[in-house]
Ligand binder design. Structure first.
Ligand SMILES: *[C@@H]1O[C@H](CO)[C@@H](O)[C@H](O)[C@H]1NC(C)=O
Ligand SMILES: *[C@@H]1O[C@H](CO)[C@@H](O)[C@H](O)[C@H]1NC(C)=O
Ligand SMILES: *[C@@H]1O[C@H](CO)[C@@H](O)[C@H](O)[C@H]1NC(C)=O
Length: 330
């Protein structure tokens, strides 16, 4: 009798122990599933595209126009070989991939722009390290064929002005298109290599300025009611003010006037910006505004949210989960 009791007791003990273990595994699994997977759906699900109402000819009625759904990211800083620890890399890249893939799935943008600093070490990486970074980029930011992905170069991709070289720019443009002007659904996007706007007349800088003047000319032709003879018979762009996309922000003295979620912390807002380092020079900023007369300028670089210059364009700002600190969806 006694032995049987003991046997049952042990069995119970074994059962409850494995039950406890099972419970722990289940809890850990649930936590991981939630924090590393489901949270992205929950957070991004709260974002919505704004409904754009455009007054039709009949001013009584408001009609819904077809709209272009565009998503903007900046400063993804894929860690490189030199400064990236494998664990840090693994974690950040998982977060970015999940955030991006979830946003693609839930929001279904038609075009995605990345406003520079896609890579952290493009400014000095060897060709082998560069190829490795590019491969990981393609895996993380994979997207269906009908979604277009456009990028502009940042100082970490091709180096600051003093590090920038034709080799690095070519290498970058071989992976990503070297397109500067992109029009879709009546919207013109101008993608500026803002690292080349130093204004010192270097070769790369003069080329970049010449390109911008050409684009300015094209845009002016499409905006003029009576085309001047200089416009030629080329295909006209949609007659709308462009949206300017660049890595460096336009010149501003500081972030003192910025507020809201994802703005710089209050104690940092008053710190003056350095021209040609934190922001474009006043001269380059003025040129961009004169030449292109944009209705909206979006930029990256400062890792804080800002909007510098907007004219009647609605943008839905939607932050990613907090832990995903290196990138913002604008
Ligand atoms: C286009 O028009 C703007 C505004 O009138 C002007 O500032 C700019 O220089 C023009 N661009 C070219 C290439 O003439
Ligand atoms: C903040 O905005 C005011 C009013 O528009 C302007 O006068 C001031 O220069 C701005 N400050 C900064 C640092 O940009
Ligand atoms: C803003 O847009 C309106 C209408 O398109 C235009 O009349 C106005 O000049 C623009 N303002 C600036 C600062 O570009």
């Amino acid at each position: 009798m006694a032995t049987i009791k003991l046997w049952f007791g042990r069995q119970n003990f074994h059962l409850s122990k494995s039950f406890l273990l099972l419970k722990i595994i289940a809890v850990v699994f649930a936590v991981l599933l939630f924090c590393e997977f489901l949270i992205y759906y929950l957070v991004i699900f709260r974002c919505n595209w704004p409904e754009v109402k455009i007054r039709g000819y009949d001013s009584e009625r408001e009609t819904l126009e077809p709209v272009l759904k565009a998503m903007f990211l900046a400063d993804t800083h894929l860690l490189g070989k030199v400064r990236g620890h494998w664990l840090d890399k693994l974690r950040r890249e998982w977060q970015m991939e999940r955030a991006f893939q979830t946003a693609l799935w839930l929001l279904q943008p038609e075009v995605v722009f990345i406003l520079g600093d896609i890579f952290d070490e493009g400014k000095w990486s060897s060709s082998q390290a560069w190829a490795d970074d590019v491969e990981r980029f393609h895996k993380m930011f994979r997207h269906p064929h009908h979604v277009q992905l456009k990028v502009v170069a940042g100082n970490h991709d091709i180096g600051f002005h003093y590090q920038m070289s034709t080799y690095r720019i070519k290498r970058f443009e071989k992976v990503f298109n070297r397109e500067r002007l992109f029009s879709w659904k009546g919207i013109n996007f101008v993608m500026v290599n803002s690292v080349a706007l130093e204004g010192d007349g270097c070769n790369i800088c003069s080329e970049a300025e010449a390109e911008l003047i050409k684009i300015s000319h094209k845009l002016n032709c499409s905006r003029e009611a009576h085309r001047s003879s200089q416009c030629g018979d080329g295909q006209l762009l949609p007659a709308s003010a462009p949206i300017l996309l660049q890595h460096f922000p336009l010149y501003r003295r500081s972030d003192a006037n910025c507020s809201g979620e994802d703005a710089a912390p209050p104690e940092e807002r008053g710190i003056p910006f350095k021209e040609r380092y934190d922001v474009l020079s006043q001269e380059a900023s003025q040129k961009l505004l004169w030449w292109l007369r944009p209705r909206l300028v979006l930029s990256g670089h400062t890792h804080t949210r800002d909007w510098v210059y907007t004219n009647q364009t609605r943008v839905c700002f939607c932050p990613f989960p907090k832990s995903f600190s290196n990138s913002y969806m604008l």
